[in-house]
Design a protein. Structure first.
Lengths: 114, 112
């Protein structure tokens, strides 16, 4: 079965420290991988994606993510967290097997402490 | 670009009433998605369309829910009759097929 896992419901990090939000996936074929962020009372907002090419992808607001095929992971990272980064983060994958299948993770709440 | 437009932004209705949620996708996008988000169940994909045709409606909870996309610039999600357990935020999103999705601001539905 195809799936996306975000093993942590919540991640706490101090402002200025590096942050990592974890994501692993299980799909057949080559995955298209995405991260989205949701601020309170807003819709999800696209942050970055991996389709092919360089395993390290950079996105909005200083976020980046590393695709690791052997570990089937796509962790979101930022070198220095801001209080304003506090939000709900979703990992997502698209797989293709005749039709596209869109799968979102359960979300990880990031709390950056001042 | 105005982004994905949803209406209404808030809807409060009584149990048994019909509710219709509306969505205008981003111009040029050929895929449209309806999601439901609650604290208990998280984000759930209800249905998605490609080129106005429903591709996957396996997430539609039951026959009380129906969705249509009569043209490339408009979609509706209807609940009839509504029940308190339908209370949630409903999101519409659009994309080019196989690419990142752009979400609307959501409709907060409260069924009393």
């Amino acid at each position: 079965a195809q799936s996306v896992a975000q093993p942590e419901d919540q991640v706490n990090v101090a402002e200025g420290n590096p942050l990592t939000v974890k994501c692993t996936y299980s799909v057949s074929g080559n995955p298209y991988l995405f991260w989205y962020v949701q601020y309170p009372n807003r819709g999800l907002q696209f942050l970055l994606k991996y389709i092919t090419g360089d395993n390290l992808v950079k996105g909005s607001y200083g976020f980046e993510a590393e695709f690791n095929k052997s570990q089937t992971s796509f962790h979101l990272k930022k070198p220095s967290a801001l209080v304003s980064d506090s939000a709900l983060y979703f990992c997502a994958v698209i797989s293709f097997s005749g039709t596209y299948k869109y799968i979102f993770g359960t979300g990880t709440r990031l709390k950056v402490l001042a | 670009d105005a982004g994905v437009i949803q209406s209404p932004r808030h809807e409060v209705t009584e149990m048994g009433q019909e509710v219709t949620l509306r969505c205008k996708p981003i111009s040029g996008h050929n895929s449209l998605f309806w999601y439901r988000q609650t604290m208990m169940r998280g984000l759930e994909l209800l249905i998605y369309f490609n080129n106005n045709v429903p591709i996957d409606d396996s997430g539609m909870p039951e026959d009380r829910f129906s969705a249509k996309m009569p043209n490339a610039s408009f979609s509706t999600l209807k609940i009839q009759p509504s029940e308190p357990r339908d209370s949630a935020v409903y999101f519409c999103a659009s994309s080019l097929e196989g690419t990142e999705q752009y979400f609307g601001p959501g409709t907060r539905l409260t069924v009393t």
